[in-house]
Design a protein around this ligand. Sequence first.
Ligand code: LLP
Length: 397
Amino acid sequence: MPMFDEDNITKFKELETPFYYYDLNILRETLDACTNASAKYGFHVHYAMKANFNPKVLDMIQSYGIGADCVSGNEVKAAIEHGFGKENIVFAGVGKSDKEINLALDADIFCFNAESVQELFIINDLAKAKNKSAAIAIRINPNVDAHTHHFITTGLDENKFGINSWQLPDVVDALRKCDSLKFLGIHFHIGSQITDMEVYKNLCTRINEMQDWFADHGFEVKLLNTGGGLGVDYHNPDTNGTADFESYFKVFKDFLNVKPGQEVHFELGRALVAQCSALISRVLYVKNGQKKNFLVLDAGMTELIRPMLYQAYHQIENLSRESESNERGVAANRQSPTVHYDVVGPICESTDCFQKDVEMPESYRGDLIAIRTTGAYGEVMASGYNLRDRVGSVYSE
Ligand code: LLP
């Protein structure tokens, strides 16, 4: 299903750019696909709020009964404000502050995903002071290569996340000493934008080894949390707009050794929200040079930093040229000459470039440009650099 039609392009012409456009139907279709696929196996899904905490997005995800995966005290607060049940909130993060831990204890969240032995002792002390018991999953760094961009790989020995397997004897010592902690199970998250199911198969093997290790040491593992990471198709947002939830959950069904009474949890961010949003901007200037042609947009790295930070690909479309009539009311010209542009933003940094050498219809000042698949890690990573205005949001309904 194409995201844009004459109606919304006509509406965009009246609006100040740049803004994130949210197609709530696409979000619904994605959530239906995810919840149908996970329900087959009784899996529990938490939404990784870090991917997008736009209020309408949160409200819709919450309405599906999905839990929340938080990585800051403010995310825990926002999850509760948006109606996510406290019994469905997990809290990860390698550097949880005392203030954040206290907030989560006060909120009686479902589970802390603890990332170091030291953190176990701190959570224990803070829980004891409140006369509470904190439920804990141990985040283990499984040393499984996610085969994704190295900036978004998290499960290798060289990464700061989780507890390495050789430290597990210290973990069980700590758990035995900490009587205000309640051990629930084990947690993993190896990286993001993973589309190779073989990677998850390898993860399952490690999870099986790790749960056996805990059982051998006298700890009942009630919960297996496999983290998130399922990728989306950035190259074909219209023809392949839904992440492959079926294959994803099936890998865990087939390769995870789930014991009777055990719960399997997931923390998906990108796969739920990436395709429901596009960043809409306008061409400010067209600079034709000898070596390069530049399209200078009114959106830049302050609105969407993924291309600059991770060399991420996002499809770029000229909505004014590809639509039935352009801004000057001239009939559509899909055969209009194409030009190669470096599509850049207005920020005073050379790295402020969305993509080099994009073949596009010849473009003009005022044309509307859509940068696709920006629902995950788009709006949330916007900054105020150059004292820019905060980017707006527009909804399909
Ligand atoms: N669970 C934990 C503990 C995480 O750290 C993350 C993401 C997720 C779940 C959700 O992962 P997802 O399903 O979205 O892949 N800013 C980067 C992505 C960073 C991901 C950080 N952690 C990007 O724009 O590609």
